[in-house]
Design a protein around this ligand. Structure first.
Ligand SMILES: [Zn+2]
Length: 137
């Protein structure tokens, strides 16, 4: 899916394989700054390539926006994907499951969902979420 540049995109130093381990991903870190990248090994989310790439982009953005390691951000975006495509879990929230069209339409807007529902685990009422999003947008 994605190739890792041998040089850091931020400071141009060398990228080396990280010690982090998670299923599906191999991690690379810059030797100088905190910048990290991950390379997909095999398959990740049970959807098409474009949507997998979208969720990787979301994770990268999340990692830089709130300054958390990429491995953690990938975990959050995966958790979000699984929760909001699961019909039973969505029924409990009183919403229908999200589909790929929705994800591509929202794009970086998905960061709001991940922050609210997955990281902060705020009130799962979707109306409260929309109100929170308006306040924080
Ligand atoms: Zn760097």
């Amino acid at each position: 899916m994605n190739e890792i540049s041998p040089l850091c995109l931020k400071c141009n130093s060398l990228m080396i394989v990280g010690k982090e381990f998670s299923e599906h991903w191999e991690y690379y870190n810059c030797i100088k700054c905190k910048y990290g990248e991950a390379k997909l090994i095999g398959e990740w989310l049970p959807t098409d390539k474009d949507t997998n790439f979208l969720f990787y982009e979301i994770a990268r953005k999340l990692s830089s926006e709130i300054d958390i390691p990429l491995i953690e951000a990938i975990g959050y975006s995966e958790k979000f994907y699984k929760k909001f495509t699961d019909k039973k879990k969505c029924d409990l929230l009183g919403i229908g499951p999200f589909d790929d069209d929705f994800f591509h339409h929202e794009y970086f807007g998905l960061l709001f969902y991940i922050k609210y529902f997955i990281i902060d685990e705020k009130d799962p009422d979707i109306h409260k979420f929309h109100a929170w999003r308006l306040e924080n947008n």
